[in-house]
Write a protein that binds this ligand. Structure first.
Ligand SMILES: [Zn+2]
Length: 251
């Protein structure tokens, strides 16, 4: 990846829904400062996205997971697998997310590649629990979260990362909640999910709701992600910016 004079570069590795609608990859955003590389979510197809976007997974210091659906965390076993066999990774990896992340990652890894975890990966993987009552200061970044309204069998979180003097807020998946303006407040970038155009879907947002509420988001740049088929059918006529896989945002 090329160096940039921007303090923080956000690469949209995957901006799709669970169904790969429009051929988009599962949720994954790569945050790169001068000295650290983080992921926001690591959906099941993220490994393909790393190759397409020129992201070197070996250089990732930490990943932060919004909720425990496969299109948001299902790529972690493959990241760990490649670290062991392909990259012979030595760099420690920090995994941050809702309570239950470690158990779900290890269950998924064991179901997909039995016995590999028991052999050892050859690099250190540490898990930290993120919850709305806590602020995590790790690797030069400050990470907070808010509760959002979605499934996953564990708390679903909206995430806020302060890094390199910039603030990135990310809704994860959620239907409308009054937590969203709080999450977005003062951010340089607010990545907000938007699944449908005008139909309310449980656990998800729609475009007309966001158009109605957008003035409440105190952010420098609001961008939409996670579009389903209905929203993609209107993608050419949207007033709000819709991300696409491979987009690179310099903050
Ligand atoms: Zn989800």
């Amino acid at each position: 990846m090329n160096a940039s004079d921007a303090p923080l570069v956000v690469t949209c590795v995957g901006t799709g829904d669970a169904f790969h609608s429009g051929g988009r990859l599962h949720s994954c955003y790569h945050l790169m400062s001068a000295d650290r590389q983080f992921l926001l979510d690591c959906g099941g197809s993220s490994t393909a996205g790393f190759a397409r976007c020129g992201v070197d997974p070996e250089q990732i210091d930490a990943l932060i997971v919004s909720h425990l659906h496969g299109d948001h965390f299902g790529g972690i076993p493959y990241l760990l697998l490649a670290g062991k066999y392909l990259h012979r990774r030595t760099r420690p990896l920090l995994c941050i997310g809702p309570d239950g992340l470690q158990r779900r990652v290890e269950q998924a890894f064991t179901a997909l590649y039995p016995g590999v975890l028991e052999e050892g990966l050859g690099f250190e993987v540490t898990y930290r629990v993120l919850n709305p009552a806590a602020v995590l200061d790790v690797l030069g970044a400050r990470i907070r979260c808010v509760p959002v309204v979605h499934g996953g069998g564990a708390p679903a979180l909206g995430i806020r990362v302060e890094m390199a003097g910039r603030i990135v807020s990310y809704s994860g998946d959620t239907e409308w909640t009054e937590q969203l303006p709080i999450l977005a407040k003062g951010s340089d970038l607010f990545i907000c999910e938007c699944f449908n155009y005008d139909q309310a879907a449980p656990g998800h947002l729609d475009y007309l709701t966001l158009m109605h509420e957008k003035e409440r988001f105190d952010t420098r740049r609001l961008v939409l992600t996670h579009p389903g088929p209905q929203l993609l059918g209107r993608a050419g006529a949207l007033e709000l910016e819709l991300l696409h896989d491979g987009a690179r945002l310099r903050l």
